[in-house]
Design a protein around this ligand. Structure first.
Ligand code: SIN
Length: 471
């Protein structure tokens, strides 16, 4: 692990294994961090904070851009590691490196715009100011599905704001995080600014939540874990931001450009083998265009190549592990039992070396099926029909989730009304790929709180201090 600028082993001598979901083979053994190493990382980050927080925004930006340049220089290595440990198709993994780097580029600049305020005083002999300061040492608990981009989406604003941090990567994907730390080392990021501890989730997170030096925790992961973290954060009233599950509706209105809508749904649904929080999970298509939409959708999905994530030309790699595959199977079986029709796929890949499922399209799906109630996190596209705009919006909003939603229409009034009516933090309007560094990403309802990306994404890493000056 990478603690206070040093590569260290676990004090307990324990390791955990990382498996390649394409082959089920062991990729690496990683030293297992516990509370002790986490404490050392927090001490390192606290010491580093004293100097890092006092650098100018330009100085911090230089370090961040050097790290960004190294990430881009080592795109192929990072993509290979990511692909091997979590099964992301290699070309997509390369895309994630570029996406991840964009958060460092954007926040290196945004750090220069952390403006304060002056407030008109009511007394002649007073002057009132608001300044913004880094919150301090922060922790990032990152997910396996975007092991690099979710790290820089948190560390980018944190570093730019003048904070130092501890990253606890998902146990499935410590290697991408450690490779990133190697690049941080090469970029000569001062020791202690970035620390990576992978290992016992409970021991690490207990230490992060109970150690008073940690001032903010940013978590991306499941809603259930997010709720538990809210309870844990109460003890010390730690600042929390939570990017949790999603269950995105994808509404295709009667007047939509069907080709664009199909192109979008293929990109959104099958990105990362369907393992994204923002991917289209519930596809609502107007009844008059459903046949045409479904026909084209099947044609496009037939072209997708499933296979070992590192193999040439593969579009869809494996699910991350056995339980991921089991959930997909369970959702499809439940839907079929309740009357859904398989238009394409509907089974795991036979005699496969890893956790592969054929990209699947289901028709005649109804709201009571599990697939419409829970996040599948797999390559299955359930289609259901609607007749009126209101019915589509009501069905789309009928979920405890509120992360991303999608609308396809050419009618500007319908587009505006539907965008306003959807209770989701993100609306992709004729756009299936809304995530970019400069825009706020985050959810409503049980999809969490706080925003990452954009100028909004740096707020949570800053404290506002009011200074009243008597002359
Ligand atoms: C996610 O699924 O959590 C991230 C997807 C994105 O940033 O586009």
């Amino acid at each position: 692990m990478y603690v206070n600028g040093e590569w260290i082993l676990s004090n307990s001598g324990e390791y955990f294994t990382v498996n390649n979901p394409s082959t089920k083979e062991v990729v690496a053994k990683v030293p297992k961090a516990n509370a002790e190493e986490t404490k050392a990382a927090i001490t390192g980050a606290s010491d580093a904070l004293k100097k890092w927080s006092l650098l100018t925004a330009e100085q911090r930006a230089k370090y961040m851009l050097k790290l960004r340049d190294l990430m881009l220089e080592y795109t192929e290595e990072l993509a290979t590691i990511m692909s091997m440990e979590m099964g992301k198709a290699y070309n997509e993994a390369k895309g994630e490196v570029v996406y991840a780097a964009s958060f460092l580029t954007w926040y290196a600049e945004e750090g220069k715009r952390i403006y304060g305020e002056t407030i008109p005083a009511s007394a002649e002999n007073k002057r009132l100011f608001v300044i913004k300061q880094p919150v301090g040492v922060v922790a990032a608990i990152t997910p396996w599905n975007f092991p690099l981009a979710m790290m820089t989406r948190k560390l980018g604003p944190a570093m730019a704001a003048g904070c130092t941090g501890i990253v606890k990567p998902a146990s499935q994907t410590p290697l991408t995080a450690l490779a990133f730390a190697k690049l941080a080392d090469m970029a000569e990021i001062p020791k202690g600014v970035i620390n990576i501890v992978a290992g016992s989730t409970k021991a690490i997170s207990d230490e992060l939540f109970n150690n008073s030096a940690i001032k903010k925790i940013s978590f991306t992961g499941s809603t259930n874990v997010g709720k538990e973290l809210v309870r844990q954060s109460a003890n010390q009233l730690k600042k929390l931001s939570l990017e949790l599950g999603g269950h995105a509706p994808y509404i295709v209105f009667e007047d939509a450009d069907i080709e664009k809508a199909v192109e979008g749904v293929v990109a959104s649904k099958f990105r990362n083998a369907g393992q994204t929080c923002v991917c289209a999970n519930r596809i609502y298509v107007h009844k008059n265009i459903k046949e045409e939409f479904a026909k084209l959708f099947v044609e496009k999905v037939k072209e997708l190549k499933v296979g070992n994530s590192l193999a040439e030309g593969v579009d869809i790699g494996p699910l991350v592990n056995e339980s991921g595959l089991e959930k997909v199977k369970e959702h499809v079986e439940d839907a079929v039992e309740k009357g859904a029709k398989v238009l394409y796929g509907g089974a795991e890949v036979k005699d496969a070396s890893g956790y592969f499922y054929i990209p699947t399209i289901l028709d005649n799906v109804t709201e009571e099926m599990k697939i419409m109630q829970e996040e599948t996190f797999g390559p299955v596209a359930p289609i259901t029909i609607f007749e009126t705009d209101d019915k589509a919006i009501d069905a789309a909003n009928n979920t405890e989730y509120g992360l991303a939603s999608y609308i396809y229409t050419k009618d500007i009034s319908r587009a505006v009304k539907a965008s306003e009516a959807l209770n989701f933090g993100i609306v992709g309007l004729n756009d299936a790929m809304p995530g970019v560094a400069q825009a706020p990403f985050g959810g409503m309802k049980e999809s969490g709180y706080g925003r990452e990306g954009g100028h909004q994404g740096i707020r949570d890493y800053l404290e506002e201090k009011y200074i009243s000056l008597g002359l």
